[in-house]
Design a protein around this ligand. Structure first.
Ligand SMILES: Nc1ncnc2c1ncn2[C@@H]1O[C@H](COP(=O)(O)OP(=O)(O)OP(=O)(O)O)[C@@H](O)[C@H]1O
Length: 795
């Protein structure tokens, strides 16, 4: 910071004293230093004059002032951690300003012919570049300079993300609302424009809160919102270009998104109509405090670096010799000829693990004939893991995949550092591997929206899960993502323990952040169902259809945290080994999994479920129907392959991360990247050693059925909560036995509200817990309730 201040003084001084100091600077090394120093007029002495001469006169002119500013900001961040402006963006902006102002000044100096007196403003760069441009284009060089600014602004402002206000509709709606029924404006509390600042990091709201005239009308619908069946989904294919290859290749991310044209939320409930606050007022609020930034929870958090991943020197590229290619081609041709199939041409594309030979059959050859000869062809080619794709989807060709003799190891580092992953704008980008044409395949877990993984033991499933987790950890800030890790095998995911205070979520009463015990798994799954219901309530109150919209609204400070609104991180539930859970708990785990899979996509809970045994009693119809994206490593039989992928092929894979991804009825062969346990350990240590939250993200409390019975007996009604009567009246008035209602209306924490509900149950005012549905209210009116309360006091 001191250096920055020194430079600022030197540069500013040079603007007036520069001309006098030029001769001193020019002869500084040939004259005695003391004499030169005495002659210098720059306020920062001879050194200041010299440095300013280089930066101002030779290079940037007045634009050089930007450099000490960058240094000042960097110094401020280094020494105090404060970042009044985002450092990276500001640096880019200032550096561009330095260059551009030099060019503009250079143009003016050139056309006014004032180089003698004014070239200190443009610096050498501005003047020389303009001289060159001017001799080439004349006044047209100004257009170049202007275009430079335009290009920069397009990049800097990120034009794709600008939200254009739809003025005509907005104005019309607002006027007609105000004109026809001014009372309408306040009937919804969704926008919640005002409250005192409460966010821990930045103040949120400062405007006084207009009081909504109506009671919360949504409460009655809350439960229906989550128990309804989901709407049909529409599928799209998002594409991303692959700058690495130089040719515009595309990678499909086979995704499902909620049907954009439907008027209902995922849960089948029409969102409440919302009152859009005056855009200008809202802008004021954002202008005052900036957009809400969840990452300020842990402002110093450093994302893991690619250096934590090992660079594997060997086998970086698949090495398939031309001999191997020709030999395989000939064998394929001969084999097909033996079966009476003539071909027109054959073409090979070399992938990391297998090479795909694409065959164009001669006219008149029936594809079904080739398909029926699949086994014979494989036998003749005598290589393990031959897969025949007849026909190749979307093309009139037949594909034969033959494993390479030397396969390529796809390192995690190579995919994490790829442009396609780094530039991915997906919400939850996961890099699944490399395709047959060596493209890196990145998918969006948020749109998948859940993933079922199978594979016989030792074929790469654990590595696959680690790859998925690593991708997410590299891309997401701890405030944006929470992981629920279920590991019945107890050893697979233990390394991730270290992420407890950053990325993990757990039940409040649980010591271990990684869940290994079946009973706890059941409780956690049910707790996630409650979290899902709570989130649907929040979304419904905010009038949003999905998590992204909700968080965007919260970021724009349109949702009041005092009303329970908060930034909602994505939750990814990983289950390593479903078979074990299904054997020990069966329906108890199947039902919450199916329920989450059915409904949770819109509120940002995504499931990744892995199993060794893809048999029908593990992957039941109920589970399978709700996991559109499925991934299979090598399995032991064709039947297993059919169970997981609905088609054969996975039994012919070659292992070690060779896999098939089925998504939206596409089947893609991928080579999973490799990540070692040492690398995972390094990443977890890197993250875990940083400052984190005080504890893991707390999931809602859940008391299991038998636990519930036990608790009921434990509840001591003589020792009732002081808010007991009030809570009872609230429940009876609303005829809805929900903890969140008590929480919201009486402004209580979840635990206290939970205890109150237990006491109300013990007093027979509400019925027993029924999964994630609200409890029955057993008292129909207030008179009856007052009687009961009196009796309780009498006791
Ligand atoms: N993507 C990959 N690239 C290269 N080798 C791999 C890859 N994935 C797995 N392997 C190799 O296969 C071995 C077994 O992988 P992994 O431990 O993931 O199997 P698994 O299916 O999880 O087995 P289990 O079910 O017994 O835990 C690894 O130790 C590694 O040597």
């Amino acid at each position: 910071m001191l250096l920055a201040i020194g430079l600022l003084i030197a540069f500013a001084s040079y603007m007036t004293t520069g001309a006098d100091d030029q001769s001193v600077v020019g002869s500084a090394l040939s004259e005695p230093l003391v004499d030169s120093g005495a002659e210098t007029r720059n306020w920062a002495g001879l050194v200041g004059a010299y440095i300013a001469h280089v930066f101002v006169f030779r290079w940037f002119g007045i634009g050089a002032m930007a450099l000490p500013l960058v240094l000042l900001l960097a110094g401020l961040k280094l020494s105090t951690g404060a970042e009044p402006f985002p450092l990276r963006r500001t640096t880019i902006g200032l550096l561009f300003t330095a260059l551009w102002s030099s060019l503009v000044c250079g143009y003016i100096v050139l056309v006014t012919n004032s180089a003698e007196t004014a070239s200190v403003w443009s610096g050498g760069i501005g003047y020389e570049v303009n001289s060159a441009l001017y001799s080439l284009f004349g006044w047209g060089s100004l257009a170049f300079i202007g275009f430079g600014l335009f290009l920069f602004l397009v990049y800097f402002i990120d034009i794709q993300n600008i939200r254009l206000p739809s003025f005509p509709t907005d104005l019309f709606t607002r006027r007609s609302n105000a004109g026809s029924n001014p009372a309408n404006v306040d009937t919804d509390e969704d926008e919640e424009p005002a409250a005192e600042p409460v966010a821990p990091v930045r103040p949120m709201y400062t405007r006084p809160e207009p009081q909504p005239a109506v009671v919360d009308e949504h409460d009655d619908e809350v439960i229906d919102a989550v128990s309804a069946t989901p709407q049909p989904i529409q599928s799209i294919q998002a594409t991303e270009s692959l700058p690495t290859t130089g040719v515009p290749l595309t990678v499909k991310s086979n995704v499902d998104v909620p049907n954009a044209s439907t008027d209902t939320t995922e849960s089948g409930v029409t969102p409440a109509p919302t009152y859009e606050p005056d855009p200008f007022e809202e802008d004021d609020l954002v202008a005052q405090h900036g957009l809400y930034d969840s990452t300020l929870d842990l402002p110093q958090y450093q994302y893991p670096t690619s250096e934590l991943l090992t660079e594997y020197q060997n086998n970086q590229r698949a090495q398939v010799s031309s001999d191997e290619l020709t030999a395989n081609k000939e064998r394929i041709e001969n084999t097909l000829r033996n079966f009476g199939i003539r071909i027109d041409s054959i073409q090979a594309s070399i992938g990391p693990t297998v090479t795909l030979y694409e065959i164009v059959p001669a006219e008149g050859v029936r594809i079904s004939k080739i398909k029926s000869l699949e086994d014979d062809i494989a036998l003749n080619l005598a290589a393990l893991g031959i897969r025949i794709i007849a026909p190749m989807p979307g093309m009139g060709t037949i594909g034969i995949e033959v494993p390479n003799k030397n396969r390529e190891m796809v390192s995690m580092r190579s995919v994490i550092t790829s442009d396609i992953f780094n530039n991915s704008k997906f919400e939850l980008p996961v890099v699944l591997g490399k395709t047959i044409s060596n493209e890196i395949y990145v998918a969006d877990l948020a749109k998948m929206p859940h993933l079922l993984m199978a594979g016989a033991t030792g074929q790469g499933k654990s590595v696959g899960l680690n790859v998925l987790l690593t991708s997410l950890i590299y891309k997401k800030h701890p405030s944006q993502l929470k992981l629920v890790l279920v590991d019945p095998k107890k050893v697979e995911l233990t390394l991730f323990n270290k992420l407890e205070r950053h990325f993990l979520a757990k039940l409040p009463d649980s010591d271990e952040p990684i869940i290994t015990d079946t009973k706890k798994v059941v409780n956690t799954l049910n707790s996630l169902c409650i979290e899902m219901d709570n989130r649907y309530n929040l979304l419904k109150e905010a009038g949003c259809r999905n998590l992204k919209e909700y968080n965007a609204k919260f970021t724009r400070r349109k949702l009041n945290p005092e009303k329970g609104h908060r930034y909602l991180p994505y939750i990814v539930l990983i289950i390593d080994e479903l078979a074990d859970l299904m054997m020990t708990a069966g329906k108890e785990v199947e039902q919450p999994i199916a329920r989450l899979a059915q409904l949770a996509r819109a509120i940002g809970i995504h499931l990744v479920v892995a199993t060794q045994r893809p048999s029908v009693n593990v992957i039941t119809g109920l589970i399978k129907a709700n996991f559109p994206a499925r991934l299979s490593f090598k399995v032991t039989s064709k039947i297993d392959s059919r169970t997981i992928l609905d088609t054969g092929g996975a039994e012919q894979l070659v292992g070690m991360g060779d896999m098939l991804l089925s998504s939206n009825s596409d089947l893609i062969r991928l080579q999973c990247p490799f990540v070692d346990t040492d690398e995972i350990e390094g990443i977890c240590e890197f993250v875990g050693n940083q400052r984190g939250y005080d504890d893991a993200y707390a999931l809602p409390e859940f008391v299991g059925d038998d636990g519930g019975q036990g608790e009921e007996k434990d509840v001591d009604l003589d020792n009732r909560d002081p808010m007991f009567d009030e809570a009872a009246r609230l429940i009876v008035i609303h005829q809805q036995g929900s903890t969140s209602l008590i929480q919201r209306k009486l402004k209580l924490g979840y635990n206290r509200a939970g205890r109150l509900i237990d006491q109300l149950e013990a007093a027979r005012i509400v019925g027993p817990f029924e999964g994630s549905k609200a409890r029955d209210v057993l008292v129909s009116d207030l008179t009856m309730l007052e009687e009961m309360l009196k009796r309780l006091k009498g006791d």
